[in-house]
Design a protein around this ligand. Structure first.
Ligand SMILES: *[C@@H]1O[C@H](CO)[C@@H](O)[C@H](O)[C@H]1NC(C)=O
Ligand SMILES: *[C@@H]1O[C@H](CO)[C@@H](O)[C@H](O)[C@H]1NC(C)=O
Ligand SMILES: *[C@@H]1O[C@H](CO)[C@@H](O)[C@H](O)[C@H]1NC(C)=O
Length: 365
């Protein structure tokens, strides 16, 4: 009679303990799931970009460098920290081993080289050069800057700063003459497609690599004329008039690795795959393509002249012509808001540095 209540008490206690235990574990499991789910966005970028830390050994290495010295591997390390799928190897330009690069052989232009092998082989056998040039290829640490063509460069006097980079990348027909104070006077490579190339011969720099970014198979055929210095007669199939001659030696011409167009579009920006074919809104702008190239091939990456200052709709769209920003039209091929979201991630996390502050404006920090 005396034992019974204490046995009940013991059973009760066991029951309460079991409940507490269950409650505790289910809480642990739920909170773990909550903690995990929202770490990355749809493209695979970390959602939290303001506390990106690098591996300890890199921090040590960089801590020892003098102020302003080039940090080896910095851009790729930062990129991998916010986007774990990032893998570095992808050469800037096509070289004779390009068919081994699986990601481009099963896509046609602009995302790959499928069915273009004969044209590409003949181009490569004419250029015979596939790098940036002896001096730059030897550098153990390279700083690169991509110059966008935005009117935001006007009156910022960034020219001197821009010229200090090891590699200055310019896009399409953005001239230097008369704008040196704002955009600099050095050009290491100029990336263009036929419709974007200078048509006036005296706009070409006396020294720079002429790099084709092929968006359609016709662009590679056009390059064959330019490389052999033949005058192009038939310009059917281009969406605008094109340069009929390019005053460059074959050895100063390159073909941009189309992998950067593919990666920028489908992976980094998240444009529609469309069975791997060019289609509505899945072609990245040349600026985003060039930045993607730099992330794979430069140790530090900066940009200038990207983005627009939305508080000044009557400012010029480009630094070199009078078209106003308010003239920006809906684009069939590009998706400007999605590209901007991608660039904002890079600037926010410190993967790239934006000298003219056009990508974030006031909205990044
Ligand atoms: C950094 O400098 C310290 C002291 O000068 C040196 O002991 C250390 O080995 C250096 N570390 C690297 C990674 O160079
Ligand atoms: C740039 O500066 C010049 C000379 O001061 C001025 O005339 C021009 O309006 C400025 N342009 C812009 C876009 O601010
Ligand atoms: C954008 O324009 C406003 C108004 O002219 C100016 O105050 C601001 O500094 C500009 N921002 C950038 C990043 O140029």
């Amino acid at each position: 009679m005396r034992i019974k209540p204490s046995r009940n008490l013991l059973l009760g206690l066991c029951f309460v303990l079991a409940l507490v235990f269950l409650y505790y574990w289910s809480w642990r499991i739920i909170s773990r799931d909550w903690g995990h789910k929202p770490l990355y966005d749809k493209q695979g970028f970390r959602l939290k970009l303001d506390d990106v830390s690098l591996p300890l050994e890199l921090m040590y290495k960089y801590g020892n460098l003098s102020d302003g010295a080039c940090k080896p591997g910095f851009a790729a390390a930062k990129m991998a920290a916010i986007y774990p799928a990032f893998t570095k190897p992808a050469p800037m330009f096509l070289d004779p081993s390009y068919k081994r690069f699986a990601k481009i052989v099963d896509h046609s232009p602009p995302f790959g080289v499928k069915y273009q092998e004969n044209t590409i082989d003949s181009l490569l056998s004419a250029t015979k050069n596939f790098g940036l040039g002896k001096e730059l290829d030897r550098l153990s640490c390279k700083t690169c800057i991509i110059i966008g063509n935005g009117g935001i460069l006007t009156n910022k006097s960034l020219g001197k700063k821009i010229d200090e980079f090891d590699v200055v990348v310019r896009l399409n027909g953005a001239p230097l003459k008369g704008y040196e104070k704002d955009v600099g006077s050095k050009t290491t490579i100029r990336i263009t497609y036929p419709e974007g190339a200078f048509q006036k011969m005296d706009y070409y720099e006396s020294q720079s690599l002429f790099v084709l970014s092929a968006f359609k198979s016709l662009d590679l055929k056009w390059m064959r004329y330019m490389i052999s210095n033949q005058k192009l007669r038939n310009t059917e199939g281009f969406w605008k008039s094109v340069a009929k001659r390019v005053p460059r030696e074959a050895s100063d011409m390159r073909i941009l690795n189309p992998y950067f167009i593919q990666e920028a579009s489908f992976k980094l920006i998240g444009l529609p795959y469309n069975n791997g074919q060019m289609g509505r809104g899945n072609v990245p702008t040349l600026g985003s393509v060039a930045i993607t190239m730099a992330l794979h091939n430069c140790d530090e990456v900066a940009v200038a002249g990207f983005g627009y200052n939305l508080s000044t709709p009557h400012a010029p769209l480009h630094y070199y012509e009078k078209i106003l920003m308010s003239a920006i039209k809906e684009s069939w091929t590009h998706n400007i808001p999605k590209e901007r979201a991608f660039l904002v991630k890079l600037v926010k996390a410190g993967v790239i540095q934006d000298l003219s502050n056009g990508i974030c404006g006031a909205g990044c920090s």
